[in-house]
Ligand binder design. Structure first.
Ligand SMILES: [Zn+2]
Length: 293
């Protein structure tokens, strides 16, 4: 994340520095903070591009809390802002080690991929710039990196399960993996088929996340690619939420409800992010989302 005025980035909740949000990295300090919902701007005074942080606590820090606060300060002191600009997202090619997007990029480059393929590079920057909520972008990023806490990923980290728990939350037959949950499972596949029908495309999709995404955003012409990306991101986001409901809250899978939710959310995001639409008729669009090409 690139810090501009800092008035839209929540200090504790948004993932703007390091590899997690600060409330997750420093839960104790978050608990002790007097300004849990504060923006970056409200947490200090920016002089040029550096910040003099003025964090306030609901009691005097001592012992481990003080140590944690020192660690927190040394982390946030690395942040730089461009106060003349709006807060925003974009890749920072210059290596200053401050921002999460860059951290993400570095992680990507260092893991298994000593050289990043140009089109892969584009995928990440595309996702970070997509007009969708932050959580949706990070979920997509984790899916593409194979880092969502599906059962197989948790098992690799020695989290143990009862036998039934390792099964897919939807079909309850196959083992739960990222590719299975989002693309391969016949229930997820039904959703994608419905979405494809909605945008007027009938094709067989790859069951691997990255290939699926690339094929999907290329289903229309250039003018459609951002819309298609938003559709893709929204679909995986809703499938993931549904998976959690099915897995942990005994939810019942209902394809129609899920597909309707996906479309309605996309419409809402298009409004919120001021994306151009072909039509202003929600009902017609809900029935059939026409592409340019
Ligand atoms: Zn399944």
């Amino acid at each position: 994340m690139e810090i501009g005025e800092g008035d839209t980035i929540l200090f504790w909740h948004h993932w703007w520095i390091g590899d997690k949000s600060l409330s997750v990295m420093f839960p104790r300090l978050f608990y002790l903070s007097n300004n849990q919902r504060g923006t970056i701007k409200s947490m200090g005074d920016w002089v040029d591009e550096k910040c003099e942080w003025k964090l306030s606590w609901n009691r005097e820090l001592s012992g481990r809390d003080l140590e944690q606060a020192n660690t927190l300060h040394s982390l946030i002191n690395r942040a730089r802002a461009n106060a003349a600009a709006k807060d925003g997202w974009r890749w920072k090619p210059s290596p200053n080690g401050c921002f999460s997007v860059k951290t993400a990029y570095k992680v990507l480059c260092s893991e298994k991929n000593p050289t990043v393929h140009p089109h892969e590079d584009n995928i990440w920057s595309l996702i970070w710039k997509a007009a969708v909520p932050f959580k949706t972008r990070t979920t997509a990023w984790r899916i593409l990196k194979g880092r969502l806490p599906t059962c197989d990923e948790l098992q690799k980290r020695q989290v143990s399960f009862q036998n039934a728990d390792i099964l897919c939350g939807f079909c309850k037959v196959k083992d739960e993996t990222i590719n299975h949950t989002f693309f391969e499972c016949f229930k997820a596949d039904e959703v994608w088929k419905e979405i494809l029908r909605w945008i007027g495309k009938q094709t067989t999709m790859n069951h691997k996340a990255k290939e699926h995404l690339l094929a999907f955003i290329n289903l229309g012409n250039k003018d459609d690619s951002h819309f298609l990306l938003v559709v893709w991101l929204c679909t995986i986001w809703c499938i993931w939420k549904e998976r959690n409901v099915c897995k942990f809250n005994q939810g019942v899978w209902r394809k129609e409800k899920l597909v309707a939710e996906i479309k309605t959310r996309i419409w809402g995001w298009m409004e919120a992010f001021k994306m151009q639409r072909i039509t202003s008729d929600f009902r017609r669009w809900f029935t059939e989302a026409k592409l340019h090409g």
